[in-house]
Design a protein around this ligand. Structure first.
Ligand code: ADP
Ligand SMILES: O=C(O)[C@H]1O[C@H](OP(=O)(O)O)[C@H](O)[C@@H](O)[C@@H]1O
Ligand code: MG
Length: 349
């Protein structure tokens, strides 16, 4: 959206439905953009180039030392400022390397988000994705930065900060809607990005999102498994391949509307994650979220690296009611997941 000189863009949260986290390991995933939550970034021309701290997400003023310590313990040291800064650097570098001229003065970037913080709903990349959209419009280079490479720029901004993450979040956020993604190594090595195939989101049965206030650092969760994979750990490599196969089988299951197969695949996806990462890394509250759903017979798995769960009730509305009651009792929030459609324009494609 552009109002005079002000540019504003949204990017939605995402649900990794099948195959995650194999995207970090040349695997495959099916993910969708989630309309329930979003981040927005605003760019306004200004005298100096300013990255505006968010009044609550980048808190630097506290009531007391207790408040400060509490805040750091629960939410860590960082907010969105570092993400915006890193994106500016990555974007600038990419344009330089690709001889894309950047003309325009300075600007102020500010952001807001209602994505529950660090709950595996890709709150981090939503901020970066919305900011990238603002820069593309500000510099009028949307037609010069291919849609396929945009997820890489978003990921590179986070890698720049040492955050271990994969491409699936960024692909779902750039494309919108439901997307099948294949990150096979030969293709990635040749092109630098994966094969991204939009799917008809009406193939999805009603899905539910369960989450809780228990922020976890996705980079930290991933780092041990990532290291083992890099070290050639046979168990991690073969299990991750099985996770990638879930997305392949899941695509056929969705196309055939074979929802009993979907149940089996969602559950298997989480069970494989659990044996690779271990319960300590996943966190007891996160595991309980999965189990609350399973106790009423729903299929369930993490949406991302932890903090939120996607659930499917194959028995329909009566089972949904049971699930809602069970979540309420356990203190977890639950809402119906709504797919955000693709908002790519002709100029992007
Ligand atoms: N809601 C938020 N507001 C501000 N910054 C955030 C928010 N969520 C994530 N970040 C930033 O992104 C980093 C990585 O977050 P991550 O653990 O990937 O969370 P998520 O699962 O939401 O993507 C955080 O350390 C922080 O710097
Ligand atoms: O572990 C996962 O499923 C995902 O974890 C990260 O997403 P996040 O929302 O930050 O938890 C990561 O960026 C993804 O690539 C993984 O698939
Ligand atoms: Mg993240």
């Amino acid at each position: 959206m552009e109002d005079g000189d002000v540019i504003e863009h949204k990017a939605y949260a995402r649900i990794g439905l099948l195959g995650n986290p194999s995207d970090v390991y040349f695997g495959r995933t099916i993910s969708f953009s989630l309309a329930n939550f979003w981040a927005s970034v605003k760019l306004e021309p200004s005298q100096d180039l300013i990255i505006q701290p968010h009044p609550s997400h980048d808190l630097v003023r506290f009531n007391s030392i207790d408040h400060l310590v509490n805040r750091l313990q629960n939410e860590g040291y960082y907010g969105g400022v570092r993400l915006l800064m890193a994106l500016c650097k990555i974007f600038y570098r990419y344009c330089k390397d690709n001889e894309i001229e950047l003309n325009g003065g300075n600007f102020t970037l500010s952001y807001d988000t209602n994505i529950p913080r660090q709950t595996g709903l890709s709150g981090s990349s939503a901020i970066v994705c919305a900011a990238l959209s603002c820069l593309l419009d500000f510099y009028k280079v949307r037609h010069l930065v291919k849609v396929d490479v945009r997820p890489n720029l978003i990921l590179d901004a986070e890698k720049e900060l040492g955050i271990v993450a994969g491409l699936q979040d960024r692909v779902a956020q750039v494309y919108g809607g439901l997307v099948y993604m294949d990150f096979r190594k030969e293709y990635m090595d040749k092109w630098g990005y994966g094969v991204y195939v939009p799917m008809d989101s009406s193939l999805l049965p009603p899905l539910y999102l369960i989450y809780a206030e228990n922020p976890s650092d996705s980079g930290k969760v991933h780092s041990t498994v990532r290291k083992r994979w890099l070290d050639g750990d046979e168990f991690i490599i073969s299990t991750m391949n099985k996770v990638a196969d879930i997305a392949l089988e899941g695509r056929d299951a969705l196309l055939a509307k074979n929802y009993s197969k979907l149940v089996a695949l969602m559950n298997k996806n989480f069970d494989l994650r659990r044996v690779m990462f271990g319960d300590d890394a996943l966190g007891s509250m996160n595991i309980e979220m999965v189990e609350v759903a399973r106790r009423v017979g729903a299929a369930s798995k993490f949406t991302g690296s932890g903090g939120a769960v996607v659930a499917f009730c194959p028995d329909g509305p009566s089972q949904v009611k049971l699930l809602e009651n069970a979540c309420k009792k356990a203190g977890f929030a639950i809402q119906k997941a709504i797919v955000a459609p693709s908002f790519l324009r002709d100029l992007d494609l």
